[in-house]
Design a protein around this ligand. Structure first.
Ligand code: MET
Ligand code: ZN
Length: 339
């Protein structure tokens, strides 16, 4: 680890942000599934990144809906945006890189529109003071190699023996560089299925001298391990060891597993814990449909947020199939508690 290159402000980036927000941060909810609710057809290897090409206005609209719902952090539509993915669609290398930048630009634009609107709408001094101090971060989403494969392997984490640490680093390198230089405040490495990919991200951040911080967020389907079977404590330890990682956690995982996972992660790190579960429904890759399963519903999910905060998490949002309503519920639940 080349600590000399990690800016001093990176170390305290998230704790400073959380302090300024009153101790916790609200993240947005599902982006891709919300784009679908707005009529986007994402049945495509690019998934949500398809909208960067076909309907950037819907992406901006959804970012704005989440800001209106109370989110302090919005994540870009770059989850499944990759240079190889765009090239497979016939875009040139330059055009592909431009589309990555565009994902960040749309989110920055939404933030600007939102803040401007707040200032205009404010009718008294108190309101304008409040809106001008509302902190909003743009997190550039990076989905896993498995997400690019678009074969559901971000939910198995099994890439086969031919995929090595170097394969993963080479796959993500240019994409991470571009997103880091596009004006985002941090990188959200999301739905990380295994240790190998976490290690690849940690090494990339270090070797490429990436100047913005990052969070690492894993997914689980048993409440103990990442989806690949690697233990969640091993995964979180890799995140803990990277100076540029400012929060560690779980996303796109059923709400019923979250409490236990927070406790496991807390055993190996003192970094802020980020959680943004999915709605608890399960995705059937064959039929391409979401199925309601037993356990918590979206409403229960919101009522558990304060428990998750007590267990040690400090950044809360939603993943697939959660909506601006979910985020509004989370924001309300947190603001009504005296923590
Ligand atoms: C499969 S997890 C997807 C995460 C991404 N940020 C989204 O909400 O679209
Ligand atoms: Zn998800």
């Amino acid at each position: 680890m080349n600590e000399a290159r990690v800016p001093a402000e990176t170390t305290t980036f998230m704790t400073d942000f959380l302090r300024q927000c009153g101790g916790y941060g609200v993240i947005d909810g599902g982006l891709a599934t919300e784009l679908e609710r707005h009529g986007a057809d994402l049945n495509d290897p690019l998934w949500s990144a398809k909208c960067l090409v076909s309907s950037p206005h819907i992406v901006r609209r959804v970012h704005l809906d989440y800001l209106d719902a109370g989110a302090n952090i919005i994540t870009t539509a770059s989850y499944q945006a990759t240079i190889l993915g765009f090239e497979a669609k016939g875009f040139s290398r330059d055009e592909s890189e431009e589309l990555l930048r565009k994902s960040v630009e749309i989110a920055l634009e939404a933030r600007e529109i939102y803040l401007e609107r707040c200032t205009k709408d404010s009718w008294d001094w108190t309101a304008s003071e409040r809106s001008s101090t509302r902190l909003i971060l743009v997190a550039a989403s990076v989905g896993s190699y498995g997400a690019y494969l678009a074969d559901g392997s971000e939910y198995s984490g099994k890439y086969g023996d031919s995929v090595t640490l170097e394969t993963l680093k080479d796959f993500h390198r240019r994409r991470v560089q571009i997103l880091a230089n596009a004006g985002a405040d941090l990188i959200a490495f999301e739905t990380i299925p295994n240790k190998l990919e976490a290690q690849a991200y940690a090494e990339l951040l270090d070797e490429e001298g990436i100047e913005i911080p990052a969070w690492f967020s894993f997914n689980s389907k048993d409440g103990i391990n990442a989806v690949s079977g690697d233990s969640i404590t091993d995964c979180a330890s890799i995140a803990d060891a990277s100076k540029q990682v400012v929060a560690v956690g779980i996303n796109c995982t059923p709400p019923r597993y979250i409490h236990g996972l927070i406790s496991l992660i807390r055993e190996v790190t003192n970094k802020p814990i980020v959680i943004y579960p999915n709605s608890g429904e399960t995705y059937d890759g064959e039929t391409k449909q979401w199925l309601q399963s037993d356990g918590m519903t979206g409403e229960d999910f919101v009522s558990y947020v304060s428990k998750w905060k007590e267990a040690g998490a400090s950044l809360f949002g939603g993943c697939c199939r959660t909506t601006p309503n979910t985020i509004q519920g989370i924001a309300k639940a947190l603001s009504s508690k005296a923590f």
